[in-house]
Design a protein around this ligand. Structure first.
Ligand code: HSE
Length: 431
């Protein structure tokens, strides 16, 4: 099978190197060799040793090359990459991409065109790097109704939260290290503010529930407001704070949300630290399964890119219709399930409220919560941390609809004995 590789950054170089190094093993697995007939990169000096492989700084030449059967798009971004993929599809070529932003934001258009032209667009590498979670959903779990899934799907954010917990390090300092490790996005606000995770969650939800990609409806909240003391207090209550993407099927629609989340420390996913990723999937037949591994990095992501190439090669060899529905559901069977607004989500909450340290304040806060139907599960007041007459009051509540919590928090913030904003983090039991 003849392929053209576009983009020679971290993942492009990793893909070239793994395909070259493991060429004979890969050929044995798909029943034919995979030959890189052309590499395209906008940077004139190739970042890895290309040997005899043809090289062009015109990436569109790869999509026009009549020899190329599959275009591998590893450029990133949503402008040139989109143009390239559309050109490749229009020229009857299959596409393999690691581009989560492009699939999440323009996937509906891309898959519709691919269907029309009878080609495949494969995107395993777009979600959680080397973890074959898209294949797990489409193949291994194909018998199940998926109830929900929850994932740590941004390595940079997980690395930051882990370092804050283990070493009490400052946010900026940890972010710089993640950038040096090659994990962070070109614009690291994508990592820290949850946009990257929302891209990946959008794709997972689409495959899991058979719904169109709806990135614009995902609720996205970053980790930049999480203070080191929140990490510490959560731990005192028996929880870890993780930046989680959650997708859940409801009778009325689906939840699609990315936000910092308290997870009980005895859950396996709570122990996933550093830059690692993990996804828990709950299926009606199988129950919970957990997928763990490297969510980024050159060869880890290459592993997923090449697995997609092997799929396409196998399907073409077997004479199967290679243009399989890209989302794992036939396009005409996609369900019209709406994403429910976050105000309707029901969750337990961690609250940190800075209050004046005198009699009656706790009673006032408790009264407001009670008036909004919010039941307190645990509460502590940190007398030892009194500063300037103020103390933090920290609590975990029972589950309540977000709308009620919004109203309660606004009322609490208006009390004269309360300072600043109430810190709220959702708690997920993951069961
Ligand atoms: N910036 C991403 C992360 C890279 O930190 O996980 C992989 O998509």
């Amino acid at each position: 099978m003849k392929i053209g590789l576009c983009g020679l950054g971290t993942v492009g170089s990793g893909t070239f190197n793994v395909l070259t190094r493991n060429g004979s093993e890969i050929a044995a697995r798909c029943g034919m060799p995979i030959e890189i007939v052309q590499v395209g990169s906008r940077r004139p000096n190739p970042a890895c040793e290309l040997g005899q492989t043809s090289f062009s700084t015109d990436i569109f030449a790869v999509a026009e090359n009549p020899e190329v059967e599959v275009v591998v798009e590893l450029l990133g971004g949503t402008t040139v990459a989109r143009e390239l993929i559309i050109k490749a599809i229009n020229n009857g070529k299959h596409v393999v991409t690691a581009n989560k932003a492009l699939i999440a934001e323009h996937g509906n258009e891309i898959f519709a065109l691919a269907k029309e032209k009878g080609v495949t667009v494969a995107f395993e590498a777009a979600v959680a790097g080397g973890i074959p979670v898209v294949k797990a959903l489409r193949e291994g779990l194909a018998a199940n109704e998926i109830n929900w899934l929850a994932g740590i799907i941004n390595g940079t954010g997980n690395f930051i939260l882990t370092e804050m917990r283990d070493k009490g390090r400052a946010f900026e300092d940890v972010l710089k290290e993640a950038q040096a490790l090659g994990y962070a996005e070109a614009d690291p606000t994508f990592d820290v503010e949850g946009i990257d995770a929302a891209h990946k969650l959008t794709i997972l939800a689409s495959v899991a529930f058979g719904i169109p990609l709806q990135f614009e409806r995902a609720y996205t909240e970053g980790i930049s407001k999480v203070a080191p003391e929140d990490v510490q207090y959560a731990e005192e209550f028996g929880y870890r704070i993780k930046h989680l993407g959650i997708a859940r099927r409801l009778e009325t629609g689906v939840e699609l949300r990315v936000h910092p989340t308290l997870i009980p420390e005895n859950q396996l996913i709570a122990k996933v630290d550093g830059v690692m990723n993990a996804v828990v999937i709950d299926g009606d037949a199988v129950g919970q399964t957990l997928y763990y591994g490297a969510g980024a990095g050159a060869e880890a992501t290459a592993s997923a890119v090449i697995a997609d190439l092997v799929d396409i090669a196998r399907a073409s060899k077997e004479g199967a219709n290679v243009g399989v529905p890209s989302l794992g559901h036939s396009d005409d069977q996609l369900k019209d399930l709406t994403v429910v607004p976050v105000e309707e989500v029901v969750s337990a909450y961690y609250l940190r409220i800075l209050v004046e340290d005198h009699p009656g304040v706790l009673a006032k806060v408790a009264q407001i919560l009670s008036e909004h139907g919010i039941n307190i599960e645990s509460i502590v007041q940190k007398e030892s941390e009194q500063f300037d007459g103020l103390i933090p009051m920290i609590m975990i509540t029972h589950r309540i609809q977000e709308r009620n919590m919004d109203h309660a928090i606004a009322t609490i913030e208006a009390l004269s004995e309360v300072r600043g904003e109430v810190m709220r983090i959702r708690v997920a039991a993951l069961n």
